[in-house]
Design a protein around this ligand. Sequence first.
Ligand SMILES: NC(=O)c1ccc[n+]([C@@H]2O[C@H](COP(=O)([O-])OP(=O)(O)OC[C@H]3O[C@@H](n4cnc5c(N)ncnc54)[C@H](OP(=O)(O)O)[C@@H]3O)[C@@H](O)[C@H]2O)c1
Length: 280
Amino acid sequence: MSDQTMAGRTVLVTGASDGIGAETARVLASRGATVHVTGRSAEKLRPVAEAVGTEPLVADFARLDDVRRLAAQVGERVETLDLLMNNAGGTFKPSRTTHDGHEPNFQINHLAPFLLTNLLRPRLAAADGALVVNTSSIGNLMGKVVLDDLDYEHRRAIEFPAYGTGKLMNILFTRGIAQRWADEGIVSVAVHPGPVGSSFGRDSWFVGLLYRSPLKRFGTISVPDGAAPLIALAERGPDPELNGRYYSRFHADGRENRQASDQSLIDGLWQRSAELVELG
Ligand SMILES: NC(=O)c1ccc[n+]([C@@H]2O[C@H](COP(=O)([O-])OP(=O)(O)OC[C@H]3O[C@@H](n4cnc5c(N)ncnc54)[C@H](OP(=O)(O)O)[C@@H]3O)[C@@H](O)[C@H]2O)c1
């Protein structure tokens, strides 16, 4: 019988159909949390949903209307949300623009979780202290945010740097939340899980080359090891010490892009993202 460190807490995990999201959902449920899971495939989510004792919530983050519907469904299910694990993401071919016409690394890694988190803000604020955990990446070091060209209309998008930019945005968004919602008891933290031998890179020919090759065994850690830092943060809960920080696995203040603490980018990205998703 495992300890019940998460008893009484309500959690939503995105990207819960696979990899570290699925593992995090299972472990948090086994430690007593009420866990809700979302992913883009009902079929793939089902075993995880069954394991944690819930019905799958299906939303494709390449469709912002799906994200709006997801937020409404979560709102119907829960009065309060103690923990939001914004974990869905990956690398995507830039030319495959989303349903909403955005560059996919930008929308799936940043814009969709930005919208979801904002829509769930009342439920987070209603909890007795809430934590938002954003799964970022060491790939943030390769990113570059250009505020007036978030969708790569005036430069060429290259897949891995575009992914890194999305993961850099996760840190900027974490800081945006920390600066805006602390009065409501909402704490936010970003985390790099490590190089995890998950299904990461499945949508990418280039990244998949490494993650699907026999080399994967040597360069990556296991999915449970990759999920462990997320679970540790979840168990810690809305500790103000975490607010706005970027963890590299278990270590605070991981290596981050110089842009990650640029106040004009924290504010500018927030404002531009709110316009793009038409937040009132
Ligand atoms: N693996 C690594 O080395 C590594 C390193 C640093 C950061 N990360 C980050 O860790 C997070 C989890 O990745 P992972 O390693 O566990 O990879 P994974 O096994 O590929 O899991 C990614 C999850 O995101 C979901 N997802 C992808 N596109 C989506 C979309 N359009 N709409 C909704 N959900 C979508 C996937 O759904 P499906 O099951 O339907 O594909 C899956 O549940 C990601 O944000 C990733 O960027 C991973």
